[in-house]
Design a protein around this ligand. Structure first.
Ligand SMILES: Nc1ncnc2c1ncn2[C@@H]1O[C@H](COP(=O)(O)OP(=O)(O)OP(=O)(O)O)[C@@H](O)[C@H]1O
Ligand SMILES: [Mg+2]
Length: 373
């Protein structure tokens, strides 16, 4: 029985948000996988947050997470959790961020985590790998985790940057979610306009996702579905997540199916054996310009409405959660994009990354404009 969206945070943080006219900072458990789990919890989508947690901050982190009903199962490692400080001006809402590094991870602790991941992924509806990797962790860690998940029939969404993205991309996850800048880095090329973004997406797919040629689990997302819903018809409460990975047979369709996990040892799934062809689908976020989705055949743009943004940190994490929550409910690609863009926009109304108000999100969902490019 599939139970949860498994989010991975290899370098968690305490997010300390200081608003210039408020004495006390807001504290929240952070790190991108945790932020995705926060947003998923708001969207009533079961999730389990896993990763590496520094022992000296364990009590504080677990207490913060418990207050938000975010279920976790971390491997505890020596050291102190990093603190990410964000300073926000209370009138301009301009933010300045200062990141700490977090503890260095030793290979034994990483191995313990890989073992845990190997066991927990069996019950995952989908895996979300998000954020930077910790010091001491090899850049191919996400590639390895993708191979493990996919060998068990579980799809992966990858949201990271730099070498971890470049290597993870080659293991052909279902979806990567770079923001505009992360995509520029991946391709080593500036993207200054939507026309250039379209070319960039073509280039990503030329490197990667030729849908019909691959031997791996195949999918693209439906553009419409018999169950396509008006935004009002679907709320997080109304549907329950189903067991999922994406169907192998029809590349035109996404549907959710039960999988029988194949027994594979982590060693069998080394990145060396992976396809070098890259992600199946690409979801690029570009702040207030919205989301751009490409599966190598079509490109869709989801434009959110203009909102009064208090803080942009975590919008991408919220978008990933929205997309995954819709995907697991068997909704169409268009609905997935509506859910994702609305979640990103709803996140701007809060200071805590990944925090969204479900009513606000539902209202925003109706205002997302979709266009095929
Ligand atoms: N100011 C805004 N107004 C409306 N929607 C927004 C705004 N900022 C972000 N969004 C929505 O959220 C999505 C994700 O935002 P963004 O591109 O900033 O992600 P990101 O850089 O990955 O963020 P993070 O990594 O901090 O989570 C956007 O594609 C858009 O749909
Ligand atoms: Mg991001």
């Amino acid at each position: 029985m599939k139970k949860y969206v498994l989010t991975v945070t290899l370098n968690p943080a305490i997010d300390q948000m200081t608003i210039s006219n408020q004495e006390k900072p807001i504290l929240a458990a952070g790190g991108k996988g945790i932020n995705v789990s926060r947003a998923l919890t708001k969207l009533r989508t079961p999730t389990l947050a896993v990763g590496l947690l520094a022992s000296q901050s364990r009590v504080q982190m677990e207490s913060l997470l418990r207050k938000e009903n975010i279920v976790t199962d971390f491997v505890i490692v020596p050291g102190n959790v990093r603190v990410n400080k964000t300073f926000i001006h209370h009138q301009t809402f301009k933010a300045q961020r200062v990141f700490e590094e977090g503890p260095r991870i030793n290979p034994k602790d990483l191995k313990r985590f890989e073992k845990k991941f190997f066991a927990l992924v069996d019950q995952a509806t989908i895996v979300v790998l998000a954020g930077r990797i910790a010091k001491g962790v090899p850049a191919d860690i996400y590639a390895r985790l993708i191979n493990i998940a996919q060998s068990k029939g579980v799809n992966v969404c990858l949201d990271t940057s730099g070498p971890a993205l470049a290597l993870g991309f080659k293991s052909r996850p279902l979806l990567i979610k770079p923001n505009h800048q992360e995509l520029e880095e991946l391709l080593g090329k500036k993207i200054r306009s939507v026309a250039e973004l379209k070319k960039a997406l073509t280039r990503v797919h030329a490197r990667g996702a030729s849908l019909r040629e691959t031997s791996l689990r195949e999918t693209s997302l439906r553009e419409t579905s018999p169950r396509e819903t008006s935004p009002r018809e679907t709320s997080p409460q109304e549907t329950s997540p189903r067991e999922t990975s994406l169907r192998e047979t029809s590349p035109q369709e996404t549907s959710l199916r039960e999988t029988s996990p194949r027994e594979t040892s982590p060693r069998e799934t080394s990145p060396r054996g992976a396809s070098p062809r890259g992600a199946v689908c690409v979801l690029v976020s570009w702040g207030e310009k919205g989301l751009f989705f490409s599966d190598g055949r079509v490109i869709w743009h989801a434009q959110p409405p203009t909102v009064k943004a208090l803080c942009g940190v975590g919008c991408g994490d919220a978008s990933v959660a929205g997309f995954v929550a819709a995907l697991l409910r068997g909704l169409s690609l268009k609905d997935c994009l509506r859910w994702a863009a609305a979640a990103g926009a709803a996140n701007t109304a809060n200071f805590i990354p990944g925090e969204i108000d479900a009513d606000h999100w539902r209202r925003l969902r109706r205002q997302i404009k979709l266009k095929k490019l």
